[in-house]
Structure formats: structure tokens, C-alpha cells
Design a protein around this ligand. Structure first.
Ligand code: PEP
Ligand code: MN
Length: 345
């Protein structure tokens, strides 16, 4: 049997669709062995049917009550594609919205090092109006002899800093065995660049009800990033934030090369919020501001910036970390740029 090239369809429902018709449709699609992904937008409700589409072609549902049109999703990534959902996804992180008009800043140290250092940094960062803080408790280091993070102690420090500042916690999950622990503390689970293709880990975070910040792999294409996001979405979790953090090129003047055009390209191909991490992209604190400004101008929904109260003595990525005063200066400059492009910050 020749399998259909298409393995996902969008079923656009009529504006007048009733709950009963919707229920019947869902039951019908499921009875054909396809998985159903419902998306109830402001304008329209659509059903994504994923599986062997030849079944739908053989048993057309176009004529069922409530159906307006049936269209194939041709892209290899389905649920995250713009074809599947026209409107931008806005993710509500306990009241903080990512993907809406307001550009969200995520700031804090590369790794959580001590209670004092984290709290001092967090208090300064919060003064700017920043609502999300970053800090790794489990660190993916190139060398096994480098500082690996404080583990659960680091998570506890993050919680204390959250209690003091009200900022939400973004922290990295490296190993499926730590999923429950990270879920206890994190408001957003970060999947690092090195784990973008760890499909088992992606499926695991796809199964929890927590927003995920998915960082682009060091040498990953945009399509590969979207396929990784699809892994998460296919397990049910659609609260995905994409993060461009610089890719490897032949250039050595900067740590990586920031792919700014990834912002409009991702916006065209998918409906997920896009955040830029200029710190890991450039690798130098003095280059962070220019890339941040460019990212805001190019349409980023947020920035993730490394900030440390004492960069010279940081255990990780001190050379790319801003002092809180520099971060505050940058924050003000970014507000002007955000305004110029019709956004707030
Ligand atoms: C980080 O943000 O802490 C980090 C390790 O970044 P990346 O995974 O992008 O290298
Ligand atoms: Mn870092």
C-alpha cells in the first residue's frame, strides 16, 4: 500500500458548530485511529487530526455536520505550525504572559552559586520590572571538572529569591530523572541547546503541564528546532517557548553567531513565542546590548540575559554576564526600541 504523504489534517469547523457536532466529529476521528488536537481560537475552532491520513481520505468527514473545510498540513511539524494555528500562542506563566504585546525579560546568573549572590542579583534585576529570573541548578558543562551546579540546593535558593522578588523561575532540566524535582520549583522548564535533540527528554516535558523554554541546538537548523518543539507538543504540552541562542559558524570573534533572521522565519513558520538569548550567542558582556536591541527590533517576544552581581568571580559564564547596573541601563534603552516597534517592555 502506498502511504499518503500527508499525515496530518486540519479540520476547520463552522462558526455555527454546536458542542454536539464537535463531540461527534472528535469521536469519529478517534474511532479511525487518529489522534485529535483541538485548538479553540478566538475566531475559529479547528481540529488537528494526526495519523495515517489515507484513512481520512477514504472515509471523508468533509460532509459531517459542523465541518467547513479539511486541509492537509504539509509541513513535517504539525501542531506547532502556522498552518495549524494562525494566531500567536500566548503562554500564561502564572500571570506573566509570553508571546503577547509585552516583551518579557528573563535575567539572572548562568548558574545558582550561593544564596547571597543569587538574592543580591535577583533583587537588583527585579527593580527594573523584570518578571522572570533565570539560574541553572543543573549545569551542562563542557568539562566534567567544571562546576556542575548545586542541584536541589540551587533550586531552593531560586525559590527563596522568588519569594523575595516575586519573579518566576526559569531553570534547566538535563535529565529525565530530575523532572519531578524541577517541576516542583520551576515556573518554566528550560531545555538547553545540548539537549534539543534528546527526544526522550522532550517527550517527558511534553507530558507535564508546565511551560517549556526550548533552546536551539548548537548546530541545529530551524526545521530541526521546530521538529523538537513538535516532540513536546505531540505529547500534549503546547506551552512551548522557542529560544535562539546563537549557532556555530566559522566565525570565532564571538562565542556563537546570533541568527537574528530566525525570529521572522520562526514567526512565519510557527505560532510559538520566540525568545533571544544574546549572552550565549555573543559570549562577551560588552556585545550583549547591541544584540539585545537588534533582537527587540526584529520582533523577539523576550530576551534571556545573564546577569551576575560579581561577574569576575562567577563560577560560570562571568565574561558574558552583565552587572545589574548595566542590565538596568540596557532595560531602559530596550523600552524605547520596544515602543518604536509597537510593543511594550
Ligand atoms: C544556559 O542558558 O544556561 C545554557 C547552558 O545555555 P545553552 O543551553 O544555550 O548553551
Ligand atoms: Mn551560561
Amino acid at each position: 500500500m502506498i502511504r499518503s504523504e500527508v499525515d496530518a489534517m486540519i479540520i476547520v469547523l463552522k462558526k455555527s458548530v454546536t458542542d454536539e457536532e464537535k463531540k461527534n466529529l472528535i469521536e469519529r476521528i478517534e474511532s479511525l485511529g487518529l489522534s485529535v488536537h483541538l485548538s479553540e481560537g478566538k475566531e475559529r475552532t479547528i481540529i488537528g487530526a494526526i495519523g495515517d491520513e489515507s484513512i481520512l481520505q477514504e472515509k471523508p468527514i468533509t460532509s459531517m455536520p459542523g465541518v467547513e473545510t479539511v486541509m492537509p498540513i504539509l509541513k513535517p511539524y504539525k501542531l506547532v505550525s502556522r498552518e495549524f494555528q494562525k494566531e500567536d500562542t500566548i503562554i500564561d506563566v502564572n500571570g506573566v504572559k509570553i508571546g503577547g504585546n509585552k516583551i518579557q525579560m528573563i535575567a539572572g546568573p548562568c548558574s545558582v552559586e550561593s544564596q547571597e549572590s543569587l538574592t543580591e542579583t535577583a533583587i537588583e534585576v527585579a527593580k527594573t520590572g523584570t518578571l522572570l529570573m533565570r539560574g541553572g541548578a543543573f549545569k551542562p558543562r563542557t568539562s566534567p571538572y567544571s562546576f556542575q551546579g548545586l542541584g536541589e540546593t540551587g533550586l531552593k535558593y531560586l525559590r527563596e529569591a522568588k519569594e523575595k522578588t516575586g519573579m518566576m523561575i526559569v531553570t534547566e532540566l538535563m535529565d529525565p530523572r530530575d523532572l519531578d524535582l524541577i517541576c516542583e520549583y520551576a515556573d518554566i522548564i528550560q531545555i538547553g541547546a545540548r539537549n534539543m535533540s534528546n527526544f526522550r527528554l522532550l517527550k517527558d516535558v511534553g507530558g507535564v503541564d508546565k511551560p517549556v523554554l526550548l533552546k536551539r541546538g548548537l548546530s541545529a537548523t530551524i526545521k530541526e528546532l521546530l521538529m523538537s518543539a513538535e516532540y513536546i507538543a505531540s505529547e500534549g504540552n503546547r506551552k512551548i517557548i522557542l529560544c535562539e541562542r546563537g549557532i556555530r559558524t566559522f566565525e570565532t570573534a564571538t562565542r556563537n553567531t546570533l541568527d537574528l533572521s530566525a525570529i521572522p522565519v520562526l514567526k512565519e513558520l510557527c505560532h510559538l513565542p520566540v525568545v533571544i538569548d544574546p549572552s550565549h550567542a555573543v559570549g562577551r558582556w560588552d556585545l550583549v546590548a547591541s544584540s539585545s536591541k537588534a533582537a527587540v527590533a526584529a520582533g523577539a517576544d523576550g530576551l534571556m540575559i545573564e546577569v551576575h552581581n560579581d561577574p569576575q568571580n562567577a563560577l560560570c559564564d562571568g565574561s558574558q554576564s552583565l552587572r545589574p547596573s548595566k542590565y538596568a541601563e540596557l532595560y531602559t534603552q530596550l523600552q524605547t526600541i520596544a515602543q518604536a516597534v509597537g510593543r511594550s517592555l
